[in-house]
Design a protein around this ligand. Structure first.
Ligand code: ACO
Length: 446
């Protein structure tokens, strides 16, 4: 199974030929700690999370909060009490009644889509300052009644006589009231009827990824994140969150510094029991969290005396068979690399969102596979081996979790900070997207 969608064909124009008339800067960003969903609604709704990290971010920049042109927020699991969370967040952040704000949803790409939309508004001269983010509280994903239960309740409401009412009551069975968890539905592709975890199993098979390889990758994700927390490398990026009850959350709480390949080997397959490779230990965790980035034009940088951290150089989206959605990063980022005449290791740092350990490993193997590169990417020779020391250097979603509408934003935010810490220039952040899409962004530290 190899992608061959014409949308993945790269255009060979140089970056100068794109209509990029204005530079777009990434000025600053912040996120909440990522909090593991533990079977009941967590302390924060999607908007609460966005406000928790948005407020300190806005306060630490010398920009009046009403000077932004707009607010764009990715969110997958919008809760019914927070329709258009972007606008609610903007108002709760005190950005003023006149602040336009809209929400974008492209599954796991939502937090990156908000950045890309902001980038294009600024690049094309329509805006100068945009707050772009992502938020999701997966622990708040609603439980929904099955159609049978809804029909029964409708019948009860429509009863026109006491006899009708009693007859309808007689149709009741407790089984009807068993709720459907909307999250499990949302994480299943409706076109190919595979859960996201099953799509990772497809890739593990196709690229011969062993359980051990996936588990070892997962251990390294935990170790890298634990180290980054210990060394304070996330202190600029993660702002503490305080619940209405006064509980303080300071760190991503899914990390397990003490995990080991031996412990992971004991876990049962989560999606294809009993023989599948994908387990709770080598999957991204189901999590709540939010992230924001401030994007600005050169004019806004000068006007407010901002100190930008990176330039957003270029972005790319790709689409492919939903069954192999996890290979999306290979398509979108190879298109970026081609356009900028770069190889995998010409990029100093990579963030590939860790939907599943096997999925990230499949991307690496696809780039090294001559047949895949020929058929799917139109290349005479393979892209080669991406140096693992350049990839997800401070861990990823396997260790910290994956609030789906947020992660695309988080990886760009973290890449910007990691480029600075390491004193290097170019980075690509890329992610797969349920439904068979992918986004990639090339940024350069300034
Ligand atoms: C485009 C995209 O991005 S697609 C991706 C979208 N996101 C997803 O699909 C989410 C994927 N992940 C999931 O669905 C869930 O995490 C699942 C189903 C894999 C696992 O869910 P849960 O069973 O709730 O996981 P949980 O964290 O409780 O772990 C289950 C067990 O494994 C153990 N475990 C998990 N990780 C580790 C670890 N690193 N080390 C040791 N034990 C571990 C837990 O302790 C737990 O054991 P227990 O039952 O004895 O307490």
């Amino acid at each position: 199974m190899t992608p061959s969608n014409p949308n993945t064909e790269t255009d060979n124009s140089s970056p100068q030929e794109k209509p990029s008339s204005r530079r777009v800067y990434l000025v600053d960003g912040a996120r909440t700690p990522f909090l593991k969903a533990r079977g009941r609604p967590g302390p924060f709704s999607p908007v609460d999370l966005a406000v928790q990290c948005g407020r300190p971010l806005l306060l630490r920049q010398p920009i009046p909060v009403d000077a932004y042109d707009q607010v764009i927020l990715g969110c997958v699991n919008v809760v019914p009490s927070e329709m258009n969370p972007a606008r609610i967040a903007a108002l709760r952040l005190g950005m003023g009644e006149a602040m336009p704000a809209f929400t974008v949803q492209i599954n796991c790409g939502s937090g990156m889509q908000s950045i890309d939309t902001a980038y294009k508004y600024i690049r094309d001269g329509d805006s100068d300052l945009i707050l772009a983010g992502g938020t999701d509280a997966l622990s708040h994903a609603p439980m929904v009644l099955q159609t049978e239960a809804v029909e029964w309740l409708a019948g009860l409401n429509a009863a026109s006589s006491p006899q009708d009412y009693v007859r309808q009551l007689g149709q009741f069975s407790p089984k009807k009231l068993k709720p459907e968890i909307s999250l499990a539905k949302g994480l299943t592709d409706p076109i190919v009827s595979l859960s996201m975890g099953q799509t990772a199993e497809v890739l593990a098979q196709q690229f011969n990824i062993s359980r051990q390889e996936a588990d070892e990758y997962a251990v390294s994700s935990h170790q890298r994140l634990a180290r980054a927390q210990e060394e304070g490398w996330l202190d600029d990026e993660v702002v503490p969150a305080i619940s209405p009850e006064g509980e303080l959350f300071k760190h991503d709480d899914g990390v397990r510094a003490d995990t080991s390949a031996e412990a992971l080997a004991k876990l049962k397959a989560a999606f294809e029991p009993p023989f599948g490779q994908v387990t709770p230990g080598n999957s991204s965790q189901v999590t709540d969290g939010a992230s924001w980035l401030i994007l600005a034009s050169e004019e806004a940088v000068k006007k407010y005396g901002l100190k930008p951290r990176a330039v957003l150089v270029d972005s790319e989206w790709a689409a492919l068979d939903p069954k192999i959605m996890g290979l999306g990063p290979v398509l979108s980022s190879t298109a970026l690399l081609k356009r900028h005449n770069a190889g995998l290791n010409d990029i100093d740092l990579w963030e590939i969102n860790e939907a599943f350990a096997a999925q990230v490993l499949a991307c690496m193997k696809a780039w090294a596979d001559p047949e895949f590169c020929k058929v799917a990417l139109g290349l005479d020779k393979p892209m080669g081996k991406l140096d693992p020391e350049r990839l997800n250097i401070d861990g990823g979603a396997v260790a910290m979790g994956h609030p789906v509408g947020t992660s695309g934003n988080r990886i760009v935010l973290h890449l910007m900070n990691a480029l600075h810490r390491k004193g290097v220039k170019r980075g690509i952040a890329t992610e797969c997207i349920g439904g068979g899409q992918s986004g990639a962004m090339l940024i350069e530290a300034v």
